[in-house]
Design a protein. Structure first.
Length: 439
């Protein structure tokens, strides 16, 4: 934010009100994280989670839930069921032409129906995940004291868990919508952001306490330098675009002349965002998570093979990230639609014929930049493994969490700046009208 923007912020009570709403709603979410489900021994749950669920799929879900899963709180599922439902609906729009037409051609009514279907699907996913967690946690004991995690296992515990967790996810969806409507920024993204940020101080303190013991002071100094460098690199790449020039031919309707201008079509280097590493990590952590709770030797071998520090895991992780970068980019960005819209509006890429040739050109450019975007995401996601295995850093700096934190922070600041600029323009227009009225 510029100095002028910071100065303008002090004279905008409506913006402070929006920021206040955002802060209070996020605070309500953080308070709910510490409300445990009935029938759970919190101490035994914390000891069990630390032993068996720190570096697998459950640990990954705990990161997105802001620590709610490790405490088995009412917000244990977080907003991940809603995000999963949104991704599934995007896939369904590709597979189902009627759903795609509803979302794109029926305007606000069509989008409202798709949003309603997404919510219903989120409820179903929440109930299934809650039932699975309830069955998984029953019978588990603390590895330290031997106390049962669930005080009274049975059908009633399963019912209460499913009902409470599903209601908690629905409440988080409502909080996210309230933040988007009354506050600043995307509510669901800010909820995930606040959960990840809340775990950073504890991780930093743990890392600093080990400098001089398991971590050399030189490595500690290098880590302090590395963190801002990686942050700046992520910001640079997330803002990077490949701009395809687009010209619009002049056309005349009556006495008015339209077109004749030059603009560009921006293609982001990282079009897929953070979805590829989430998909890849979830798929690879699933077999390891199942094997953690089994005693068969061959399943334990699978668990060792799919540990996040193993060579097999990381090779498959890189391959899946690259695959999902191309796959998800193809879902959310359709060169055919872009080419058809340009042709309808009289736009063309210089040197490229409108229609199929423009589609092929955009597709070729997108394919090339997606490769660089996939390499960038891979480098960021492999960084924590290198820091942990080679330098003994317990703080997993890098990966999906850093991509989310930086991306959401950039989007939040962008929306604040947009709000400031819009209010400045409104002030200028208002003064112009008053001045013209009394001249």
């Amino acid at each position: 934010m510029s100095a002028q923007g910071a100065k303008s912020l002090a004279h905008m009570p409506e913006l402070w009100k929006k920021l206040g709403w955002t802060f209070m709603l996020l605070l309500a979410y953080r308070v709910g994280i510490h409300v445990p489900l009935p029938g759970i021994d919190p101490v035994a749950m914390a000891e069990f989670f630390k032993k068996f669920a720190s570096n697998n799929l459950i640990g990954m879900l705990d990161m997105f839930s802001g620590g709610g899963l490790s405490q088995f709180s009412i917000f244990a599922l977080g907003v991940m069921p809603y995000i999963s439902a949104s991704i599934i609906m995007q896939l369904m729009q590709v597979l189902n032409p009627d759903l795609k037409r509803m979302a794109r051609e029926e305007g606000g009514a069509g989008k409202k129906k798709v949003t309603q279907y997404t919510r219903y699907l989120a409820v179903l996913i929440s109930a299934v995940q809650a039932f699975g967690l309830a069955n998984l946690i029953q019978g588990q004991k603390s590895p330290v004291t031997g106390m049962s995690v669930v005080l009274e296992a049975g059908l009633m515990f399963q019912f209460i868990t499913v009902l409470t967790m599903t209601t908690g996810t629905m409440l988080l969806m409502w909080l996210g919508e309230q933040i988007t409507t009354k506050g600043i920024g995307n509510g669901v993204s800010l909820i995930i952001f606040s959960g990840i940020v809340a775990s950073i101080p504890r991780a930093v303190i743990n890392t600093v306490s080990q400098i001089g013991a398991t971590i050399s002071p030189l490595v500690g100094i290098a880590l302090v330098v590395l963190i801002p460098v990686v942050m700046l690199g992520i910001i640079f790449v997330e803002r990077a675009q490949r701009r395809i020039p687009v010209h619009y031919a002049k056309r005349q309707q009556g006495r008015k002349v339209f077109g004749g201008q030059t603009t560009h079509l921006p293609l982001r280097l990282n079009t897929a965002g953070v979805i590829p590493p989430i998909f890849a990590g979830s798929l690879l952590m699933f077999p390891a998570t199942l094997a953690e709770f089994a005693s068969a030797p061959w399943l334990q071998n699978i668990a060792q093979m799919f540990r996040h520090t193993s060579l097999v895991y990381n090779l498959l992780y890189v391959a899946l990230i690259i695959f999902f970068c191309y796959f998800y980019t193809a879902i959310i960005f359709d060169p055919k639609d872009i080419a058809e819209n340009l042709k309808k509006q009289g736009g063309f890429v210089p040197g490229i014929r409108p229609g199929d040739k423009t589609q092929e050109y955009i597709d070729a450019v997108l394919t090339r930049i997606t490769l660089w975007g996939a390499m960038y995401i891979t480098a960021v996601c492999i960084l924590p493994v290198i820091l942990q295995t080679q330098f003994g850093i317990p703080f997993l700096f890098g990966g999906t969490s850093v991509l989310i934190v930086v991306g959401v922070a950039m989007d939040f600041m962008s929306q604040v700046n947009s709000y400031l600029i819009s209010r400045q323009y409104e002030g200028i227009l208002g003064k112009t009208k008053i001045k013209g009225r009394y001249q």
